[in-house]
Design a protein around this ligand. Structure first.
Ligand code: GDP
Length: 394
């Protein structure tokens, strides 16, 4: 079994190296991200992707989709020869001398693994043609999970006639269309005649709720000439109250601080002739059930028309899904993604949209008030999720 380790800046490049050196039947055994340090370990160095692959045995890996051969090739292939003794790998400089008994055990184990692979290979999904394989590695580089990347390229394969499977531009636009169709949007906060539209922002501390409220308020007031009021339910994080008050003063807006559900009702009563009321809430740890229940009581009292769950796009897939689940009990109506400018990939966006079933409302991409916010656009977001450059605007 010839096991080698390759390093490159991206998964795509690393897998191309594997394919070039070990051929189309190479099996990926392991992948990991490594970061070298510079200046005697004082500074972080560049990130690399490290792929360990073998040209020999059909070892099923966590990266089963990365197997390069088509299933037909596998079926036609003659039975593999008996395993050779452990060969030195590219990384190893010397072969350790093992006791005979241990060598026999390793040889037995190796045979068992090969047998397992042979018997399970019919269960492995058909492998990817070259064009789709490239697409797959690009999705991994955009930080989509392997499962999601695999699912999406399979859907492209199903959607396109075979002749188009090697046309990168066509495959990408097909892929973008698939993702776009899953990204529902709620549209921006819509004012209604005769009463204020009440929208609350909830979410963990530090995701950007107060800053986003300031962006929304400034745009409503200064660009759309709406009458806006701010309420904050920040009962214990004094700094956040002051932060919102500063924005309220600059934009020249009325603001109320409430510390009880009754106070909420009174504050809304005072704002009854406005067009929009935006409610800021103190960060609630998604793990703190009591605080989340308390928040629910406040928002029920407010009769909020919209409850936007604010999530940082820089968070990982699991954190996003868990946070959305915890806040679901409040009755969240939309997802608002912040910090797109800080995210290295948006691989968690589609999974959290799927699991929460919520539409997207706004996207923010910087700290500047009021400019760094846009109503969510599925077409643009789909391209961002897939790591594609934004479409040129005419
Ligand atoms: P809150 O605790 O959820 O109210 O969060 P804040 O509004 O206090 O924001 C926390 C930090 O995130 C502040 O430093 C903001 O300037 C920053 N922030 C908010 N939105 C964005 C964004 O879209 N991009 C970036 N890079 N930073 C943001």
């Amino acid at each position: 079994m010839d096991v080698r380790t390759y390093r490159a800046q991206t998964m795509h490049d690393a897998l191309l190296l594997v394919r070039r050196e070990l051929g189309p039947d190479a099996a990926v055994l392991h992948t990991r991200e490594v970061q070298r340090s510079r200046l005697f370990g004082l500074l972080p160095g560049p990130r690399h992707i490290e792929v360990t692959a073998s040209a020999g045995v059909n070892v099923p890996s966590r990266l089963a989709p990365n197997r390069f051969s088509r299933s037909a090739d596998l079926e036609d292939a003659p039975a593999p020869p008996p395993p050779p003794p452990l060969a030195p790998t590219a990384d190893r400089t010397e072969t350790p001398v093992l006791p005979t008994e241990m060598q026999a055990q390793i040889s037995d184990l190796q045979k068992m693994v090969e047998e397992l692979c042979r018997s399970s290979h019919h269960g492995v999904q058909p492998d990817l043609p070259e064009g789709l394989f490239h697409l797959f590695t690009e999705l991994l580089d955009a930080e989509l999970s392997e499962d999601l990347a695999r699912e999406l390229v399979e859907r492209v394969r199903d959607a396109l006639p075979e002749a188009h499977i090697n046309d990168p531009a066509l495959m990408k636009s097909c892929l973008a269309g698939i993702v776009e169709s899953e990204l529902r949007v709620s549209g921006p906060i819509a004012t209604v005649a005769g009463r204020p539209r009440v929208a609350a922002l909830v979410g963990p501390t530090g995701v950007g709720k107060t800053t986003t409220i300031a962006k929304l308020a400034a745009n409503f007031r200064l660009r759309e000439r709406r009458r806006v009021g701010l309420i904050t339910v920040d009962t214990y994080r004094i700094a956040a109250v002051e932060q919102l008050r500063t924005y309220a003063d600059i934009i020249d807006l009325p603001m109320q601080v409430v510390s009880s559900p009754t106070g909420m009702r009174e504050a809304l009563g005072r704002f009854c002739d406005l067009d929009v009321v935006l409610i800021d809430t103190a960060g609630r740890s998604p793990k703190d059930e009591v605080k989340i229940r308390e928040l629910k009581t406040f928002l029920a009292e407010a009769g909020a028309d919209e409850i936007h769950l604010v999530l940082s796009a820089a968070a990982g897939e699991r954190a996003l899904i868990e946070t959305a689940q915890r806040f679901a009990t409040i009755g969240t109506t939309a997802l608002l993604l912040t910090k797109l400018d800080e995210a290295t990939g948006l691989g968690g966006v589609l999974p959290v949209v799927r699991s929460s079933g919520l539409p997207l409302s706004y996207l923010t991409n910087g700290q500047n008030v009021p400019d760094d916010i846009d109503a969510a656009d599925p077409r643009r977001l789909a391209r961002l999720v897939l790591g594609m450059s934004p479409e040129p605007t005419n």
